[in-house]
Design a protein around this ligand. Structure first.
Ligand SMILES: [Zn+2]
Length: 445
């Protein structure tokens, strides 16, 4: 079903007109209410009356994460503190956390875009939703929760972690829909496998996965193990949280952006120049309708591309590809851009490996060295019949040596630089407990 067909199937020209009107109103709104934006707009020499159509968005200043930090905690608010109904906080890797705020209208919008997303994913009123996104300051849990209720689902607010209890609730309650990170879906899939419970016996039909980059290789593994059709949901707290975009279960080929509320652009990561459909660059989003913390052209740092081609689901909303990585996750190894997600997609092609891994980067003399620690699958480990996987053991066993060399060759051919490979026994690589997972150790920093 389509939750808000009037907007989700709007003809492209009508969408552009709506976006243009909303952008003009937004520029006036932030000019009148946010001193920092008033100053930026003055310097750019742009006012609301200059916005003739959505194309004029390129005249507006870019907003960056550092702007939110500089105005920590509430300096960019466009409403009085008394009008705020909720705040969320995301922890940064450096310095102050990012604080975002919602009016009653924003909370309502947050519920609607998540109701749209869950409907895109295949959920229908009356189904049960097992929501394993973290509840609390993180936007994931509550965002999906309110969206599920708005769509008419029976929401089980499990939150992240405590895998044992999650298994019991899924087995006993028999939910049709699950929401969590893709790495946690793999954790659950492994757990079902261990207990000898096959995909036909698991009640789940639809999985809505997000909050970290993933690949089509992981998708195939999750679908097969849990017996679901999984889709990608995308969001970031600065824009609203989850529900910025979501894939439809009919197409599963790019996430439909709720572009009547969040206008997308793709800019070149170096020059900041606008790029066309199909071209890969940084996703930049403008919140067209948010009240408490509206943002002009927010630089997400996420690398993707857009398409406005028709979709089998009938929605006309533009779609974005799976996030390839973030500009700040990107590793520069001997001058080559490498994203952890690229390495992950190579690992997924090798059946003897599990989807878990670690990447270690260091400087050897003057050269950057990168080593992929890849975990072998349970089945292959049993087949090889070794207790440990030390360097000597790998050297002395042709099956392990072949695997290591085959993986090194694939990595070099597909990503374009030589990488060292070490094999890990099952269970050694980091696992997700529902939160964000750091798989990269970069000792050059
Ligand atoms: Zn679609």
């Amino acid at each position: 079903m389509i939750f808000e067909p009037d907007f989700e199937t709007l003809p492209r020209e009508a969408m552009r007109a709506l976006q243009g009107d909303r952008l003009r109103a937004l520029v006036g709104y932030v000019h009148d209410r946010v001193p920092a934006y008033r100053e930026r707009l003055r310097r750019s020499g742009v006012s609301a009356s200059d916005i003739a159509s959505i194309d004029d968005i390129t005249r507006l200043p870019i907003t960056r994460k550092s702007d939110l930090r500089d105005h920590y905690p509430f300096g960019l608010l466009a409403v009085a503190r008394g009008e705020v109904r909720r705040v969320h906080v995301s922890s940064g890797t450096t310095g102050k956390p990012t604080v975002v705020a919602y009016t009653a209208g924003d909370v309502d919008l947050f519920a609607r875009v998540n109701a749209r997303s869950l409907a895109m994913a295949g959920a229908e009123p009356g189904m049960m939703l097992h929501n394993a996104y973290g509840y609390g300051l993180f936007t994931g849990g509550l965002g999906i929760h309110y969206g599920g209720e708005r769509l008419g689902l029976n929401v089980v607010p499990v939150s992240g972690g405590m895998t044992e209890r999650q298994m019991t609730l899924i087995t006993d309650f028999r939910p049709e829909v699950i929401t969590c990170t893709p790495s946690y879906a793999l954790t659950l899939a492994t757990e079902f496998l261990k207990r000898g419970i096959g995909p036909d016996e698991i009640s789940l039909r639809f999985a809505v996965l997000g909050a970290e980059p993933w690949t089509d290789g992981m998708r195939a593994q999750i679908d097969a193990a849990l017996g679901v059709k999984s889709v990608n949901i995308y969001g970031l707290s600065e824009i609203i949280g989850p529900g910025v975009s979501c894939e439809c279960v009919e197409g599963r080929d790019g996430s439909h952006i709720m572009e009547d509320h969040f206008f997308p652009e793709i800019l070149d990561s170096e020059s900041g120049e606008p790029l066309g459909d199909g071209e890969e660059g940084v996703l930049v989003l403008t919140t067209l309708t948010k009240e408490a913390l509206p943002l002009l052209r927010y630089w997400t740092g996420d690398i993707t591309s857009l398409t406005r081609a028709p979709c089998p689901c009938g929605r006309t909303l533009a779609r974005m590809r799976l996030i390839k990585g973030r500009t700040d996750d990107m590793l520069i190894i001997r001058g080559v851009n490498v994203y952890p997600s690229q390495i992950e997609s190579v690992l997924a092609r090798v059946p003897e490996l599990s989807p878990h891994y670690r990447i270690v980067v260091r400087r050897d003399g003057t050269l950057d060295g990168i080593c992929v620690h890849a975990e072998v699958s349970d089945a292959f480990f049993r087949e090889v019949g070794r207790a440990v996987l030390s360097q000597e053991v790998v050297e002395s066993d042709h099956r392990l040596r072949d695997l290591r060399e085959r993986l090194a060759m694939l990595l070099r051919d597909i990503i374009g630089i030589a990488m060292a490979v070490e094999l890990l026994p099952p269970g050694e690589a980091p696992r997700s407990e529902g939160g964000k997972l750091n798989r990269v150790t970069d000792s050059r920093r």
